[in-house]
Design a binder for this molecule. Sequence first.
Ligand code: NAP
Length: 338
Amino acid sequence: MTYQPSETRHGNLNWRRAGTSGLTLPEFSFGLWQKFGDRTPYETQREILLAAFDAGITHFDIANRYGPPSRAAEKTFGRLLREDLGAWREEIVVSTKAGNPISASPYHRGGSRKNLLQSLDHSLKDLGVDYVDVFYSHSPDLAVPLEETVGALVSAVHSGKALYVGISNYSRERAHEAAVLLKDAGVPLVLHQPRYSIFDRRLEIEDILGQSAADGVGLITYSPLAQGLLTDKYLDGGVPAGARAENSDFLSVDDITDEYRSRVSALNDLARERGQSLAQLALQWVLRRPEVTTALIGASSVEQLHHNLQAPGFAALTDEELEIIDAHGVHGTGLRTK
Ligand SMILES: NC(=O)c1ccc[n+]([C@@H]2O[C@H](COP(=O)([O-])OP(=O)(O)OC[C@H]3O[C@@H](n4cnc5c(N)ncnc54)[C@H](OP(=O)(O)O)[C@@H]3O)[C@@H](O)[C@H]2O)c1
């Protein structure tokens, strides 16, 4: 059936500016990391992505590696643009990344100019677009001079293949260095994409929050629900059918420990007292920080998506509640180091 987007979509979400740039993003961005490849029916993927657009999400985050297999998520989104969303391309921010391994070849990984720029060309073909809105260096590559990685990002913008550039998973120091180099090259760093959740405090511990603000760089923080661990779905110790821990390279039943369950149970009690779900509490917690431009979420159903987008509607977290969250939200719970 021919798709027509909701006419009320523009008013549904709050908007924030990415650092000191002119790019405005909705408080929630949607990522196609897992379940947007060959293991999920295309119709399910389409339904979720169109529901996100209808709900006001304009920013879709992809990477050459997302699927599985690698490259599948870009093909999914390319098909969606071709068959449904193409007429609204100007309303959409499409982001992609390169740098994490997608094959055993040395030219399919890392921060070299060769890998980054040839991957971007490949992404444009799979997405069926002339340009992406944001092109990222997916992870720092300490074996490659930062000047080379940054130079490739600058070339992506100068060639018209990307409007803005970003970095992901960088340390505070390397992110600052990249921001300085990019500023000198006249292509400001617009976004840094690290992980941040009640169970991952690296942004606070290393003060990446403060450094990003000082550098005028927006933060797009991923896995705010710790891949689903910050919901009530694993509370009884089992793995519900179809949940990520059942079939993922990044989360498994081994992550559902007794320690995890006792912490999440206390957080769940707090959420209930506040009249919301743990997922909604966890999202509100991430968005309480002004340095965060947008929370980068995933969802495996339209119901999850709609439920999560209601998070900003609840009362702001009090200092007392934040203390309770700190007591149970122990850094590293359920998380593998990246
Ligand atoms: N730059 C990087 O290195 C990097 C790394 C990782 C992710 N990312 C980006 O961040 C995006 C989001 O990551 P993420 O998917 O880990 O985010 P997340 O929001 O922490 O987790 C999303 C998953 O949690 C579960 N979930 C969501 N809402 C739920 C609800 N209300 N109740 C129960 N379960 C719920 C769903 O999994 P199930 O239903 O399948 O269990 C869903 O797919 C990715 O798509 C990607 O774009 C970037």
